[in-house]
Design a protein around this ligand. Sequence first.
Ligand code: NAD
Ligand code: ISE
Length: 334
Amino acid sequence: MTVQVGVIGTGMIGQEHIRRLTDTVAGARVSTVSDVDTERAKEVASGVDARAVDTGQEVIDDPAVDAVLVTSWGPTHAEYVLAAIEAGKYVFCEKPLATTAEDCRRIVDAEMARGRRLVQVGFMRRYDPGYRAMKDAIDSGSIGAALLMHCAHRNATVPETYHSEMATHDTAIHEIDTVRWLLNEEIRSAQVLKPRTTSLRFEHLQDPQILLFETAGGVRVDVEVFVNCQYGYDIRCETVGERGTLTLPDPHQVVLRSDSQVRTHVHQHWKTRFAEAFDVEFQEWVGSVLDDEIAGPSSWDGYAAAVTADATVQALHSGRVVDVPLPERPAFYA
Ligand code: NAD
Ligand code: ISE
């Protein structure tokens, strides 16, 4: 059987995932697409032999659509995810699940009321081979109990529309999810340090920032978010345990020795750094839709990340350590 996917949002990542579902992932096909920019939707649809429709709701209502992919702007996610749940359709939503914790909670409640998991959130790092190897090593007890994590999330540059709160909501939201998943525990407090800012940024932006988290079990995590580092897209993570450390490897790159130098390439974009992770993420999602059992990052993970991100932004503004007011995880998401 082939899963017919309807896509809402044909911007940068929407086009990436449409290409992936068409050329790389087995068992899926893009049948219907939409975007508020209807001309863009038509152009993208014609490239993959799909139908372009005028609204996201038409994608969800299309009987030819088995599962919905939401890759529109963040503030539109909640509306589409809720409508897909209402229609009883599987829905994969790019991060963030919604831009407010309240909307994430509405999604959690709507899904629980439906009585089965329909939603998966696009936290693709859980599918990266390096992060998966780190998770296996932590779970196997190879470094004893985890004590500390040191992370860095660097982008080459960001546009003028990027503001200081996005360092958490748009960028470090990936680390927030990854830390919870790797350590299998929630983050209980957040603090933000503001180092000297780089001169190579738009004036309004605090860049870099250092996010400090403490988990429920007392693990201390530092995350450097530096989104104008100039040199590339660089993701680092080291877990320090009682008996050793685990370091996230860079994806395989050829190393050139020539002219008395050793050189290797630095990724410039999430598209290439996490290409393999995205491929695995979508292959597994399609498999779970076919098996009728969604297993990837859940609405609860989207909600927990949003609550943690809100506390982190409060910490950015107040300079204080802020508690993360996350309620207990419902058994539905155990
Ligand atoms: P983009 O601006 O390139 O594309 C967004 C698209 O959504 C645009 O084509 C826009 O016209 C469309 N859109 C806006 N409102 C809409 C509506 N109401 N209905 C239908 N379409 C609408 O942005 P992008 O970089 O593709 O990001 C899209 C989402 O993907 C964001 O939530 C972003 O955080 C996420 N993202 C995730 C990753 C990752 O690493 N997982 C990377 C980049 C982006
Ligand atoms: C973008 O939306 C992503 O999700 C990228 O992974 C992240 O590095 C970037 O900062 C975000 O803007």
